[in-house]
Design a protein around this ligand. Structure first.
Ligand SMILES: C[S@@+](CC[C@H](N)C(=O)[O-])C[C@H]1O[C@@H](n2cnc3c(N)ncnc32)[C@H](O)[C@@H]1O
Length: 889
């Protein structure tokens, strides 16, 4: 015989049972029986119930499926009650002790569900007999008695029981709690509180899913499990495994529960007052099912009219808008953002006419600020600050971020020794006098022919020639011209501040000091100017030998007209390190007729915090002077050395022909007459030709100079120098002395011309220069022999790391004489056109090149001298273009 095992929950389980299940009473009698005798609940736990009990408990008209499980559980509970009445009457195992499901089994019983077998070890009770109702017999729905013979026994599987237990217990408890009778007993007979009640109680809130479980059609075990109720097997197991002791505990628990229920009866929950909206959701296979999705969308209620700003491009809602229109369907329109009407911006209108209420002066200022120019649209993205917001913007006020997003170095960083800055070039000594004498670049002060729409862009003549536009050479004017980098820089930095200046010196890990950005820079944007003292070569030599002789690092860069920029006191651009993959360029521009050097961003933008570098294009002339490069770029050349020369594709013949057109030729000739070309960067036979020509010219120059007296003086100097050198220095030094001869001789010439009797002094100086190499060695920085005669010292950039030894590395001519050689002689971009000061002074236009020196023998033993020429190919090219233009003009 199959039975239903009704395990009695332990105490702990009871709570959950009460919450998750609902005991439903089929008849008032049963429930009364249960609770009127509640105190006597004790004794043996029921395990099975007779079908008759259920048949008796069932009212024919009461929907059975819902109450089956509840009834069976109640029967189990009632069994406790009845035990006392029928003390000692225990039904033997297997004797008519089954729970009858009055109704048929649920439509579906999961195939994997099998009825539990009765445990024969436990007693089985005939509930009907125990209840004394077995005599009534069964009746059909219409009241007909059912023959005892045909008594149909049905097996109620735990699945059937369990599919209702969650509601049954719950609702039953609700019912119990609903109305205590006069004796204070709970009325558990209120069928309104059963699960069939049209007003779902707590269980209704569980979910729609649970609701569906209640319906017979869904009354499957599986659905019960889905409802989230406690697994019934567990409860059943508890019942089956109950012990005497456990039963007592359960009884106690029930008593306690009744007390609890009494206390809770005043609550909304028990009164079935729903205080929260009931949300029904349907889930299928673990996914949410939108039941309304398939249905037709209900017609939308007419939307309210909203105010729409006439000026708002996207028709957003506005507070102060005047135009009104119907908004489209809410689903398709993004939610409009409304500005707060109260609080921070209260009382402030969004100005469309930004200049409204401003004074004339303020309006004037406003006109200078293009970003604040009236646009006809209200700025909704960034409303003005309260009240005088626009005034604040016009008058300017530093906007201070709550923290340094650019992470500049905190104050008090170690500064390089003798750290002094100078924003502008300053002529020192004779430099100014020499400079003034030079009719510098005036030939090129022609106006560009740009149109406003071009904005002096890439095709601007001035730009190509590295001339900055100004009022004298630009036809556009400041408003349209974009070729005013130095002016822009001045504008940007004049107020100071590290974000405006945009750079800062910092200590690198392995290369001494460096410079990094404090802001972003656009490609090719000017970053900072390389400024310092502009000194003559002589002054440079003097400083090298006297002032900087113990320095490790020199900040000297060849500039223009054989002048040197000594940035020891200058801008912080001197701390910019070298990189083989630089992000900047050092370029010389002509600004208002004056050459100026500046660091520009490269072809890519620079972000905040990047170290700024440029390619020194360093030519140490000797392996001994080579410094290891620590730039760390993937294509690092390994040493601070010159750039590998680009191999230019040969020009097509036609192009060559055109290049050799008469106008160009004449232009070149003209140029040669005025300036000396530096052929250093130029490749091929043409360049060599020019060098040779230049050398010839130098000879001529020297010849024309009629420097007999000076030559004689120089001879004497050489002799003395050679003597000294031979005595105190190595053989290589002799060569240097020889090399220095030309310088000395020219110096002597100059002195002779100017002072006559001071030749001796010059000679001494020359001697000292000649022997400097020894000193240099002492300092560990050696000059190497074997200088390439092809190196042109026309434009000198003596960059950082100049060592004292290089003071001895004199170049051949005074005009082209290298300043005391720099170990890291940087080749930076600068213009090739360099009028020779001395040549000009002497009335000679052509300048001597190192080739000339080589030819004359003076530079054959050239020192590991400096690569002093820093003309870039680009510059050279642009120079040519300029010439063509000039000649055609
Ligand atoms: C003009 S200074 C640059 C500022 C220098 N770092 C300082 O602390 O004053 C050039 C010198 O810096 C060092 N330097 C610059 N770039 C370097 C690099 N990529 N690798 C190694 N040393 C470098 C070399 O000593 C070089 O002579």
């Amino acid at each position: 015989m199959a039975v239903v095992e009704m395990p009695t929950p332990a105490m702990g389980e009871l709570g959950s049972l009460l919450c998750e299940s609902s005991f439903s009473s089929s008849t008032p009698t049963d429930t009364d029986a249960i609770f009127s005798n509640a105190p006597s609940l004790s004794s043996t736990p029921p395990t099975t119930v007779s079908p008759d009990s259920m048949s008796l408990a069932s009212e024919p008209d009461v929907p059975k499926p819902e109450s089956v499980a509840a009834s069976s559980i109640e029967a189990a509970v009632a069994l406790h009650e009845n035990e006392e009445h029928v003390s000692g009457q225990q039904t033997p195992v297997g004797q008519d002790a089954i729970v009858v499901a009055e109704q048929t089994l649920p439509p579906e019983i999961p195939s994997n569900t099998r009825p539990r077998r009765a445990r024969t070890s436990l007693p089985v009770y005939n509930i009907a007999r125990l209840a004394g109702t077995d005599v009534h017999g069964r009746r059909r729905s219409k009241g007909d008695a059912v023959k005892e013979k045909k008594k149909k026994r049905r097996i109620v599987s735990d699945a059937v029981v369990l599919e209702h237990d969650d509601e049954g217990v719950d609702d039953s408890i609700n019912a119990l709690a609903k109305a205590p009778d006069a004796q204070g007993r709970l009325d558990a007979s209120d069928l309104d509180r059963s699960i069939t009640s049209p007003k779902p109680a707590k269980s209704a809130r569980i979910s729609k899913k649970t609701e569906s479980i209640r319906s017979p059609a869904h009354g499957t075990r599986r659905a019960t499990r889905l409802s989230g109720a406690a697994p019934v097997e567990t409860i059943a197991a508890k019942f089956s495994a109950i012990t005497k002791r456990g039963k007592k505990a359960a009884d106690k628990g029930l008593v306690r529960i009744r007390g609890e229920l009494k206390r809770l009866q005043d609550t909304d929950e028990f009164a079935h007052i729903e205080t929260r909206p009931i949300l029904y959701t349907v889930w299928s296979n673990g996914k949410y099912v939108d039941v309304d999705a398939g249905q037709e969308a209900a017609p939308e209620p007419p939307r309210k009219k909203v105010k729409v700003d006439a000026n708002a491009p996207d028709g957003r809602d506005t507070v102060d808008g005047k135009k009104q229109e119907l908004a489209g369907p809410a689903a398709k329109r993004p939610r409009a953002k409304k500005w707060l009407e109260k609080g921070l911006y209260a009382g402030q209108e969004t100005p469309i006419d930004v200049s409204k209420g401003l004074t004339a002066q303020e309006r004037k200022k406003l006109a200078k600020l293009p970003e604040l120019a009236p646009s006809g649209k209200a700025n909704r993205t960034f409303p003005q600050p309260m009240f005088n917001g626009l005034r604040l913007l016009i008058h300017g006020r530093d906007f201070k971020l709550p923290f340094d997003i650019c992470s500049p170095l905190p104050p008090g960083q170690p500064k390089p020794a003798a750290y002094r800055t100078m924003a502008r070039n300053r002529f020192v000594g004779d430099a100014a006098a020499y400079w003034k004498k030079t009719p510098h670049f005036e030939d090129f002060a022609s106006r560009c022919v740009c149109k406003p729409e071009d904005g002096c862009g890439e095709d601007c003549q001035n730009r190509i020639m590295l001339y900055e536009c100004d009022d004298t050479n630009c036809s556009l004017g400041k408003a349209f011209c974009m070729n005013r980098a130095f002016q822009d820089l001045q504008e940007r930095t004049k107020k100071g501040g590290r974000y405006r200046v945009g750079v800062e010196v910092y200590k690198t890990g392995d290369r001494g000091y460096g410079v990094r950005s404090n802001r972003c820079f656009k490609p090719n944007q000017i970053i900072m100017e390389y400024t310092g003292e502009i000194i003559t070569e002589e002054e440079c030599e003097r400083r090298m030998n006297e002032v900087y002789k113990d320095n490790e690092c020199y900040y000297l860069m060849s500039f223009d007209q054989n002048m040197i920029i000594d940035a020891t006191t200058g801008s912080i651009a001197r701390f910019v390190n070298h990189s083989c993959s630089p992000n900047c360029r050092m370029i010389k521009w002509i600004v208002s007729g004056q050459p100026r050097m500046a660091l520009f961003a490269g072809d890519h933008h620079i972000t905040t915090g990047e170290e700024l570098t440029y390619d020194y294009n360093f030519d140490p002339f000797s392996a001994k002077n080579v410094q290891k490069c620590l730039c760390g770029s993937p294509n690092c050349r390994g040493v601070l050395g010159p750039k590998p020369k680009e191999v230019k594709p040969p020009k097509p013949k036609e192009e060559k022909k055109s290049a050799k057109s008469s106008s160009v030729k004449s232009a070149k000739r003209k140029l040669k007459d005025v300036f000396a070309f530096d052929a250093d960067e130029e490749e091929g036979p043409a360049a060599k030709k020019r060098k040779i020509k230049a050398a010839t010219s130098v000879k001529r120059t020297l010849a024309r100079a009629s420097l007999k007296g000076a030559k004689g003086a120089a001879k004497g100097t050489v002799k003395g120098a050679v003597k000294g050198a031979v005595k105190g220095a190595a053989k290589g030094a002799v060569a240097k002395v020889k090399r220095s001869v030309s310088s000395v001789s020219v110096a002597a010439k100059k002195k002779t011309v100017l002072q006559g009797s001071k030749i001796k002094v010059t000679t001494k100086k020359a001697f000292r220069r000649a022997t400097t190499s020894t000193v240099v060695k002492k300092h560990g920085k050696k000059s190497a022999p074997a200088a390439s005669p092809s190196r042109s010292p026309s434009l000198t950039i003596v960059a950082a790391g100049v060592s004292a030894e290089h003071a001895s590395a004199k170049t051949t001519t005074p005009a082209r004489r290298a300043p005391p050689a720099a170990v890291p002689t940087a080749k930076t971009s600068s213009r090739k056109l360099t009028p020779s000061r001395k040549a000009l002074e002497a009335g000679v236009h052509l300048e001597r090149s190192p080739v000339a020196s080589a030819k004359s023998g003076a530079t054959k033993a050239a020192p590991q001298g400096l690569e002093l020429s820093h003309t870039t190919t680009t510059t050279t090219t642009t120079t040519r273009i300029r010439l063509v233009t000039a000649s055609s003009a």
